[in-house]
Design a protein around this ligand. Structure first.
Ligand code: ATP
Length: 362
């Protein structure tokens, strides 16, 4: 059985390196106590690298990412560094396209004790996963939309091939969650099929996939109603699947429900590769002060371990992923060692050390 895994690490910009360092340290320590080995390969990319060299994603880094078993990517981009056309440096979007990482996985989990703007009924938890298609949709013409003096156009693209892969992924995830007692085996297609033909097509492909999974249940919801229900009854959802731009917006709403971007992890998964990255940006306003929240990055690392474990049928990796997630969630729910964005005064290092202590206590 494969027991050594090569991880390509992109340290990113702004707070990126500050939250990557303790995350890699936690992953290294977990692997030393378990029956697998992680090797970390540092890869250059991002806005600072572009400012220095004129390259945002060098070929050597691209090759290392392709060759790696998984890619751990920190926050990237800086508002002050842009391409000549004015757009920001975003190698993470390039990686999604080049490696065809069609499934953007955004878990939303809220537990008793956790700070949330919601008023949840007593002892109610929220645990759902939003899957955002990440290679097409309204991002299809990104960077090459048509703009004239009086008009601007961007084109939304939904393809049969990517949608079928996406829906297959969504139903598989619902089945896995049901098997592990995390969900009820239900998938919701989020669209705007009442207005746009492209979304009626998206829904038709979803229904065809749903028919192949009689052991699971499914339904549809319009994106506007979904935004309302995220706030009114988020505990009702299990797995949701949607187009790129709808997913982009709903995933930030989900992060807000969890208490902020600092606790929102993500994964972008394809058939052969996967990138694990916090949902937030490089937070240049607090970079260099050692006060960034590392939890979203650590939770992304936990998702990476779980994904590698499932992919390679390695129980130690899978259980370390669950352990790292549970330890981080325990620190968030306990609430005494939190960074400023969550209302606390802890430094990045103190927050990461609290996770390490929570691992030892579980
Ligand atoms: P992008 O467009 O690259 O996603 P953004 O414009 O959404 O970036 P962020 O960089 O995510 O912006 O920052 C938004 C706000 O959230 C900033 O005030 C920032 O300081 C704060 N923030 C983001 N991530 C963290 C974190 N890990 N810890 C503490 N604060 C954070």
């Amino acid at each position: 059985m494969k027991d050594t895994f090569d991880i390509a690490v992109f340290h990113g910009d702004g707070i990126g390196p500050e939250i990557t360092r303790p995350t890699v340290e936690l992953l290294r320590r977990l692997s030393q106590q378990s029956g697998y080995h992680l090797t970390f390969r540092d890869c250059a990319a991002g806005a600072s690298h572009y400012a220095e060299t004129g390259q945002s994603l060098p070929e050597a880094s691209m090759q290392a990412a392709r060759a790696a078993d998984a890619i751990l990517l920190s926050a990237m981009g800086l508002p002050s560094v842009r391409y000549p056309d004015g757009t920001e440096i975003s190698p993470q979007i390039d990686l999604r396209k080049v490696l065809h990482l069609f499934a953007g996985v955004r878990p939303v989990r809220i537990f008793p004790g956790q700070k949330t703007p919601l008023k949840l009924p007593p002892e109610t938890s929220v645990d759902f996963v939003l899957i955002r298609e990440s290679t097409e949709g309204l991002f299809h013409t990104q960077g090459c939309g048509e703009v004239t003096r009086n008009e601007a156009r961007e084109t939304l693209l939904i393809t049969r091939k990517t949608s079928e892969l996406l829906f297959d992924f969504a139903f598989d995830l619902a089945r896995e969650r049901k098997a592990s007692g995390q969900g009820r085996g239900h998938v919701t297609c989020v669209d705007k099929a009442n207005v746009f033909r492209a979304f009626a097509f998206f829904r038709e492909l979803f229904d065809a996939e749903a028919a192949k999974h009689p052991d699971l249940t499914s339904d549809h919801a319009y994106v506007d109603a979904t935004a309302l229900w995220f706030v009114q009854k988020p505990w009702d959802f299990d797995v949701l699947v949607t187009e790129n731009m709808f997913g982009d917006i709903l995933s930030d709403l989900g992060a807000g429900l969890m208490g902020g971007l600092g606790v929102a992890p993500s994964a972008d998964i394809g058939l052969d590769h996967a990138v694990f990255q916090p949902c937030h940006g490089s937070a240049p306003d607090i970079a260099g002060q050692g006060i960034a929240n590392p939890f979203a990055m650590i939770l992304s690392g936990a998702m990476m371990l779980e994904w590698l474990g499932r992919r390679h049928s390695n129980a130690a990796l899978k259980s370390d992923g669950v352990l790292l997630r549970q330890a981080t969630e325990a620190v968030i729910a306990e609430g005494s060692v939190l960074t400023g964005d969550l209302g606390g005064t802890a430094t990045t290092e103190q927050a990461a050390r609290a996770v390490s202590a929570a691992i030892a206590a579980i």
